[in-house]
Design a binder for this molecule. Structure first.
Ligand SMILES: [Zn+2]
Length: 146
């Protein structure tokens, strides 16, 4: 029931409050992961004039950094739910290493390099800004950063 309440709140922000801009169309699907944990995929098609065209447009909505202390609620949510667990040299027994076909490297390519600004790589994928703030935080016995 909590998931449904959060989904409806998110949908309201997107569909009624237009947090990403006015939409031409949208669709979403709810999927269930291991142990039945639900998640949602949204496809949102924005109207002309609201489409994200430049890297700076994406930076308004996407962040790969740990939120600062200026937003403690968001920071706590990110630290609790969004951090990739310690892997690689810190934790070679991690499932992203053990099950990887990349010979001892993380299949999600962590740890990621610091990047001063969002860019597009040679394959056309965005590499989101991850500034080296010098800050670390304790996650599962290890100090992790952006
Ligand atoms: Zn990993």
């Amino acid at each position: 029931m909590m998931f449904r309440a959060k989904l409806l709140a998110l949908k309201k922000q997107i569909v009624e409050k237009h947090v990403f801009g006015e939409m031409a169309a949208y669709v979403y699907v709810v999927e269930f992961r291991k142990r039945g944990l639900p998640h949602v995929h949204f496809l949102i098609i924005l109207k002309n004039g609201y489409k994200l065209k430049w890297l700076i447009d994406y930076a308004k909505f996407v962040s790969a950094e740990i939120p600062t202390m200026a937003n403690p609620s968001l920071r706590n949510i990110v630290l609790k739910h969004m951090m990739h667990r310690p892997c690689g040299k810190l934790n070679p027994e991690c499932s992203c290493i053990k099950n990887s076909k990349t010979h001892g490297r993380c299949k999600y390519e962590y740890p990621k390099s610091f990047t001063p600004a969002t860019t597009t790589n040679i394959a056309g994928y965005h590499e989101y800004r991850r500034q080296n703030s010098g800050e670390t935080t304790l996650i599962r016995k290890y100090q992790l950063d952006n």
